[in-house]
Design a protein around this ligand. Structure first.
Ligand code: G1P
Length: 298
């Protein structure tokens, strides 16, 4: 069955980047000239997703507005003619087609597993994707598009993974790998935020998933796990008892925008690869690096 729907959980407070996120959703922080969430929605759309379910919370209205049509703004840009044509197009590009987005609220911050469960009625009985908007993946084809292509061969459930330094494993969900077949890895377990000495590998779950709808029955009665939260990883580990799971080492680079440094790296990475300013940014970085070196030797 084709993957038509995707869930984007966007209810989190963004505590790690306060006070920047005090009055705007963390997903709306700009990465060069687009909010972070725009990259993630784009990834979903280029993978063939037709309907996006945003799991939101209080103070997240800016996300809904961003993907809506901005009638007054568009009219004003239209009236200003040819000179504003490109800007108008860039604004129109952000409007999701009518009826292709739903918004449900997660009323209490009970964890990622609970957020995904809140989307159950809109997903219904079909396989679906999850994209965690804290993570931006720069890849071509997009990370989810690569996963959909793999899924069309394997079926079952697929998680994007990538290697992290061993010191960082306790920040993530980590898989236990078995046989490798190209980019696909058979797995025999996963654990959320393991202690470094207990981690089964250094392959972290990136934040891109293709899952079967049976996950919802398991999320329904999933108890709290790591950090006292209802964890998606724990429900997936249970689903693995009856269904096949593959880890997928995608070709691309991920940026964890949930932390200040990760967000800065995302901005820098996208600046360097930006079609208009990339060259100038490289020059700028070289100049700054030279200045820093000079000031150190002074
Ligand atoms: C979540 C998932 C975790 C995954 C991570 C990726 O954790 O629970 O398995 O590795 O996203 O960023 P969180 O960042 O919400 O703590």
């Amino acid at each position: 069955m084709t993957i038509r729907k995707a869930v984007l959980p966007v209810a989190g407070f963004g505590t790690r980047v306060l006070p920047a996120t005090k009055s705007i959703p963390k997903e709306m922080l700009p990465v060069i000239d687009r909010p972070a969430i725009d990259y993630v929605v784009d990834e979903a759309l280029t993978a063939g997703i037709e309907h996006i379910v945003f799991v939101t919370g209080r103070n997240k209205g800016a996300i809904e507005d961003y993907f809506d049509r901005a009638f007054e703004l568009e009219t004003s840009l239209e009236q200003r003619g040819e000179s504003k044509r490109d800007i108008l197009r860039s604004v129109q590009r952000t409007t999701l087609p009518a009826g292709s987005a739903s918004f449900v609220r997660q009323q209490s911050p009970l964890g990622l597993g609970h957020a995904i469960w809140c989307a159950r009625d809109i997903i219904g009985n079909e396989p679906f994707a999850i994209l965690l908007p804290d993570v931006i993946v720069r890849a071509s084809p997009s990370c989810l598009a690569q996963m959909v292509a793999a899924y069309n061969e394997t079926g079952g459930n697929i998680l994007a993974v990538d290697a992290v330094p061993e010191a960082d494993v306790s920040k993530y969900g980590v898989i236990s790998p078995k046989e490798r077949n190209g980019r696909l890895i058979e797995m025999d377990g996963m654990v959320e935020k393991p202690a470094r000495e207990q981690a089964p590998s250094n392959l972290k779950i990136t934040g891109r998933y293709i899952l079967q709808p049976e996950i919802f029955n398991l999320l329904e009665d999933q108890g709290a796990g790591a950090g006292g939260e209802i964890q998606l990883t724990d429900a997936m580990a249970r689903l693995m008892e009856t269904q096949s799971f593959f880890a997928f080492e995608y070709d691309g680079k991920d940026y964890d925008c949930g932390s200040v440094l990760g967000y800065f790296e995302a901005v820098l990475g996208h600046a360097v690869h930006h079609p208009d300013i990339g060259g100038q940014v490289e020059d700028l970085i070289e100049r700054l690096a030279a200045e820093m070196k000079a000031s150190r030797t002074r």
